[in-house]
Ligand binder design. Structure first.
Ligand code: GLU
Length: 333
């Protein structure tokens, strides 16, 4: 009997350790109320963590203070709860990796910044937007504008730029190596990006002294032990540089799940600004949380017909592999 009890306890401890060594998260930016597309990503991240199973963390990405809307964090938390989602750690629950608001984590970003400075992989940049656009050698551009031509990499050129813009505070850039990063996204499949050609030296601290999203997200996911990053496919383009940062800072690289973005009837991406797909509008029309969950699940192929069901009912009918297959099927080619 005693042996059996010991055996059972050992299994439980192992299951618990496995559970604790994995973590998922949803990381909204409180720049306004979440629209249905954001909520669908939140639902998928929650389903992924609950099916794995692994702890689920809510992290408020309120670092870009000029874009933060007052009351938006509270509204996001209330909306996610209204939908029937829950989390094990977050701004309103606390936990071992607190704080869960990026605005309260700048000392960690500063430590990571110092670590990169010691490694000699970052440098100050005095170029204005116009300088970068005008640089004849800027050969490519990507979603986020032209690729930085590396002007301030050279200390002598940098000194000239500093003289040219005496009132300009420096931004800090990460010196990308000539390296192709290839990773296997759980939804999108194999993705490759050559950092020096397709990304360029990217900003990790802005001229207004705010740490950039790229640095903050890696420090947070690393420190919070996130093993599975579920987020919108619009961030696929950021992933290779984040993998480079995870490695430079000595954190394990998580699995990525880039999930399709929700589009409106005309095929356009939803935006927080137009408000047409806000939860508020659905609620004003008297729709229940179950109706919203059913709609979101149907649009991503998790259920065959639009019906009302709770997040927990949806969870019970799914497997992790089934979730993954539906996401793959819903991903445009
Ligand atoms: N805060 C970002 C957003 O709301 C998501 C960042 C991430 O998941 O890595 O778009």
């Amino acid at each position: 009997m005693a042996i059996l009890a010991h055996y059972k306890l050992t299994i439980q401890i192992h299951a618990y350790q496995r559970y604790k060594t994995m973590s998922g998260r949803y990381a909204p930016s409180p720049s306004g109320p979440l629209h249905l597309g954001n909520l669908r990503t939140a639902l998928i991240a929650w389903l992924q963590a609950r099916l794995a199973p692994m702890p689920f963390i809510l992290r408020m990405e309120d670092l870009d203070l000029p874009r933060v809307k007052s009351g938006s964090s509270e509204q996001i938390i209330a909306d996610l709860h209204w939908l029937g989602l829950d989390w094990d750690e977050g701004p309103d629950v606390c936990g071992p990796a607190a704080p869960y608001n990026q605005s309260a984590r700048t000392s960690y970003y500063q430590q990571a910044f110092d670590q990169l400075l010691d490694k000699g992989v970052i440098y100050p940049c005095y170029c204005s937007r116009k300088d970068i656009q005008q640089a004849a050698s800027a050969p490519h551009s990507h979603e986020h504008g032209p690729i930085y031509p590396g002007t301030c990499r050279d200390p002598q050129v940098r000194a000239e730029m500093e003289q040219r813009h005496p009132d300009k505070a420096a931004a800090w850039r990460y010196r990308v190596p000539a390296r192709t990063i290839t990773f296997e996204d759980q939804v999108v499949g194999s993705v490759s990006q050559t950092l020096n050609r397709e990304v360029g030296d990217f900003v990790i601290k802005r001229a207004d002294a705010l740490f950039a999203y790229q640095l903050a997200v890696v420090v947070d996911d690393g420190m919070m032990g996130i093993t599975d990053v579920v987020r919108g496919a619009d961030l696929l383009d950021s992933t290779a540089r984040q993998i480079e940062l995870f490695e430079a800072l000595g954190y394990p690289v998580p699995n990525f799940w880039h999930v399709p973005l929700m589009v409106d009837e005309a095929g356009a991406r939803l935006s927080k600004r137009d408000g047409a797909d806000s939860l508020e509008l659905w609620r004003q029309q008297g729709k229940s949380a179950e109706a919203v969950i059913g709609h979101l699940a149907f649009t991503i192929g998790l259920i065959d017909e639009a019906q009302s069901l709770s997040a927990h009912e949806l969870l019970q009918g799914l497997t992790l592999d089934g979730l993954r297959r539906s996401l793959i099927a819903a991903t445009p080619p």
